[in-house]
Design a protein around this ligand. Structure first.
Ligand code: CAA
Length: 259
């Protein structure tokens, strides 16, 4: 696995971890090794109390071309259901800290789904999003049909999934998928800057806020509101909430500690 050995890099900045897919020879295809590397990065970021947000990127040229099509060629239905790949996708969904996808170039198939598993997407002006699985005689297997329909509406989702249409960064922003569009050479920096903004807030409030927003994908409104109230109740017992309120009243910046 010569080209996979270093396929995922992990770098640490100020309270922000950056996880970079680096497999240019296969256009950052998400092989099992790459997914394993991504999981290892998320494990490391989750375990490190200093890390408050994560940027996931493929650099300034390509985000990810999707599942590794060569691996897919030899995957049986039974193998797929038991695979490490499936476990990896579940792991992405469980990551509790805020995550930002910094997307340049293609984010196709599983690559697009990987971006959609994050909390924010910052796109380069070169970004192209799509679910071309139908061309391979399959369909998206990591949330593409469901998340596109929720974000952009069923009819736009149908165009992407059934007609294999792709959308550029601005259309993806119009659809509500993308938070902001920046020049390609600034996309990673923009992701890190957004992560830095998020990392400045209290880590417990941030985690619970993420959990509350994520729950909106799953819960009907009444259940979601109940969940939100319960999480707020938890935050009202934290030191960070006193610190946030005192800082406002004393007209100074808050110093959140995560307690
Ligand atoms: N898996 C494995 N290898 C891939 C790959 C992928 N997803 N995408 C590209 N590659 C490989 C190519 O086979 C090629 O390898 P060789 O040099 O050994 O021939 C190399 O990367 C370069 O590819 P291209 O020459 O095609 O590069 P390009 O820059 O002209 O085009 C691209 C880039 C538009 C991303 C094009 O490669 C492409 O369309 N890739 C496939 C995209 C796709 O169909 N994604 C969906 C995958 S299925 C999926 O994701 C399923 C799921 O959710 C469960």
């Amino acid at each position: 696995m010569a080209d996979d050995d270093q396929a995922v890099r992990y770098d640490v900045g100020d309270h922000v971890a950056m996880i970079t897919i680096d497999r240019p020879s296969a256009r950052n295809a998400l092989s099992t090794d790459v997914l394993r590397g991504l999981c290892a990065g998320l494990d490391r970021a989750e375990a490190d109390d200093e890390i408050r947000a994560v940027v996931l990127t493929g650099g300034e040229k390509i985000f990810a071309s999707g599942a590794d099509i060569r691996e897919l060629r030899t995957t049986s239905p039974a193998g797929y259901l038991q695979s490490e790949r499936l476990a990896a996708w579940a792991r992405f969904g469980r990551f509790p800290k805020p995550s930002i996808a910094a997307v340049a170039g293609y984010a196709l198939g599983g690559g697009c789904e990987l971006a959609m598993s994050c909390d924010f997407i910052v796109a380069a002006d070169s970004a192209t999003f799509g679910q071309p699985e139908i061309r391979l005689g399959i369909l998206p297997g990591a949330g593409g049909t469901q998340r596109w329909a929720r974000v952009a509406g069923r009819f736009r989702a149908a165009e992407l999934v059934l007609a294999a249409r792709t959308v550029d960064a601005w259309t993806a922003r119009e659809y509500g998928l993308v938070a902001r569009v920046v020049p390609a050479e600034r996309v990673v920096a923009a992701g890190v800057a957004l992560a830095g903004e998020v990392a400045a807030f209290g880590p417990v409030a941030t985690r619970l806020s993420k959990a509350a927003v994520r729950a909106s994908e799953e819960l009907p409104l009444a259940g979601g509101l109940e969940h939100e109230r319960a999480l707020l109740g938890t935050l009202l017992s934290t030191e960070d909430h006193f610190e946030g309120i005192d800082a406002f009243l004393e007209k100074r910046s808050a110093r959140f500690t995560g307690r």
